[in-house]
Design a protein. Structure first.
Length: 375
């Protein structure tokens, strides 16, 4: 039954009938599957990770559905003020932040530990999109269209690098750069920027990155050079994925995570935990599910009427894609370990909140698109 006919017959209230239920059900399926993964990773203990993760997931999903009712222009109005507040929060992390796992990334607010760098991932997209929305189209191919956007991207990325958190800094940078590209910045400038990055990379490797970050890159290039030290994570991850085979070992039958061979099997390496038990089939189905979410998000961008909405939706779609692609490449040894979680699968409230915030904003833009189409 179509949304409109359901509402007309009175079975479903109009606000609920207008929601994109196919995507909501797809996200719900991913989130519920995550609870099975965390239940198994905890050794059949539901209260350790699955219960708090489930409570947060359903709360944030309900919040995302509520955000779908927000007017599209509201996001443009708050984009720059929210960006400034998050930059101040990142400064606050440096001054008052809580240290965990060797990094200083969280603000302890009592009832919740907030990670401002995670929230910056969608809001850098909104801020850069807002900048280009305010910029006259005739100015897009001039230098004035470049340096303010680079400052908007560089300030939070630099603050995040101080924590240190290379993975999040790269995602913030990538999200902003994608919006710049989609806004119409000439391709030659991106080629020039790529050349500059290639020249600067050796200097950054030697003088900016921390020792553990350099080691991660070296281990990525030669995984067998330190299999019991820096390369232990990725070696055990490959073993877990490979031992799962096509169909997996079966639910609750994983050994790498249950015997504690796989470090961070419930957070950054949750994909390895899942694929050991659910095999290649489970991994492919998860990839297809996230492909469906990103495909929907790109279609929201294509249907969007205004410049800000188009740039925001496309930027948020690529942010979701980067989440999935970077984590999967990292866990399978195709990219250095940079600490990017797998959305809605890795344990943690900050990434959950960020991903479902992106979905809520996209549903808000989608709702506006459908209203404009009816008019």
């Amino acid at each position: 039954m179509r949304r409109g006919s359901a509402a007309a017959l009175g079975f479903v209230p109009e606000p609920l009938a207008q929601l994109p239920w196919k995507i909501i059900l797809l996200i719900l399926a991913i989130g519920c599957f995550d609870l099975l993964v965390l239940y198994s990773a905890a050794g059949a203990n539901f209260h350790k990770w699955a219960l708090p993760q489930g409570i947060r997931f359903f709360a944030f999903l309900a919040a995302a559905m509520a955000l779908s009712r927000v007017r599209e222009d509201f996001w443009g109005m708050i984009s720059l003020p929210a960006y400034v507040l998050l930059c101040l929060a990142l400064v606050g992390v440096e001054v008052l932040g809580k240290v965990a796992g060797g990094s200083q990334r969280w603000l302890d607010l009592g009832i919740i530990r907030l990670q401002p760098s995670e929230l910056m991932k969608p809001f850098i997209v909104l801020a850069v999109a807002r900048f280009y929305d305010l910029l006259p189209l005739s100015e897009t191919r001039k230098f004035v269209a470049i340096w303010p956007a680079l400052v908007l991207i560089g300030v939070p990325a630099g603050l995040v690098m101080l924590q240190p958190d290379l993975g999040t800094a790269l995602m913030i940078t990538a999200g902003g750069i994608v919006v710049m590209f989609l806004a119409g910045i000439p391709l030659r400038l991106f080629l020039g920027g790529g050349l500059f990055a290639a020249i600067a990379a050796p200097l950054a490797f030697n003088f900016i990155l921390h020792d553990y970050q350099r080691n991660r890159i070296l281990i990525f290039l030669d995984p067998e050079s330190d299999p019991l030290g820096t390369g232990y994570h990725i070696s055990q991850s490959k073993i877990a994925i490979g031992s799962g085979g096509i169909w997996g070992k079966g639910f609750l039958n994983g050994t790498q995570s249950h015997l504690d061979y796989l470090p961070e099997g419930h957070t950054d390496f949750a994909l390895a935990t899942m694929m050991e038990e659910w095999g290649l089939v489970g991994g492919v189905l998860l990839i297809m599910a996230w492909f469906g979410v990103v495909w929907w998000a790109m279609n929201v961008a294509i249907r969007a009427q205004g410049r800000f909405a188009r740039l925001t939706a496309a930027g948020l779609a690529t942010t979701l894609f980067f989440y999935v692609a970077i984590n999967m490449a990292m866990v399978m040894g195709l990219a250095p370990v940079v600490g990017v979680p797998l959305p809605l699968i890795s344990y943690g409230g900050s990434s959950q909140m960020t991903v479902l915030l992106c979905v809520g904003i996209l549903m808000s833009i989608d709702r506006h698109n459908r209203q404009q189409s009816r008019w």
